[in-house]
Design a protein around this ligand. Sequence first.
Ligand code: SAM
Length: 228
Amino acid sequence: MNITNDKVTEYLEGLYRPWSPDLLKLREIAEQHHVPIILRDSETLILNIIRMKKPVRILEIGTAIGYSAICFAHAAPGAEIVTLERSEKMYQYAHTNIEKFGLSHRIQMKRGDALESLKDLRNTINDTESEGFDLVFLDAAKSYYRKFWDACIPLCRKEAVILSDNVLLHARTAADEFITERRQKTSVRQMREFLDHITNLDYAETAVLAVGDGIAVSVLKDGYQRKL
Ligand SMILES: C[S@@+](CC[C@H](N)C(=O)[O-])C[C@H]1O[C@@H](n2cnc3c(N)ncnc32)[C@H](O)[C@@H]1O
């Protein structure tokens, strides 16, 4: 289910302009094979946030076939991107795609569970201000967002931007009436707890936007590390 009126979604999708024919082709392949990549309107918003922020190091949790990481590399031409993926199959697809786009030197892939990779990253970063991330994109298992968030914060530079995708879970986060299966209840509860948490932090400001499937845009305040 779309979180906004279907006609509005259709209209906005008509305004979508892909970066290049090759990226559009990759998007279409993902869509045909039901690989859950960023939605078109989310992509447009996220890439403009990246253009405004001009990050030097981007961290992505959830690579899938590498589509969003490749988009990020285009929107931030000088940035280094680290992207985490646990599925061997997705990792291999992403590896091939990133190579095809000639971006292997800028996109570093790490295979394995993101929480483990985040622990490893924490051990390799000596100085957060010079080696940390200034933009983080959360786009893996939705019920782990709180854990991903907590593991990412120590890797972030001051005033880093954290984007959490799909936070409205097809509107289910907003209202129980959209829950269609019992098993969705736990993930909805966890997502509500996550949003409650990140919207009440004293070290970050968060706006939850009804774009795509819902995106939370958080900005860490200067000096946040002292408060943790
Ligand atoms: C929504 S897709 C990512 C889409 C990608 N960001 C894009 O827009 O092109 C989520 C991916 O996260 C991966 N994933 C889920 N849980 C994970 C975890 N705990 N650690 C690492 N990757 C995970 C899944 O295998 C899947 O490929």
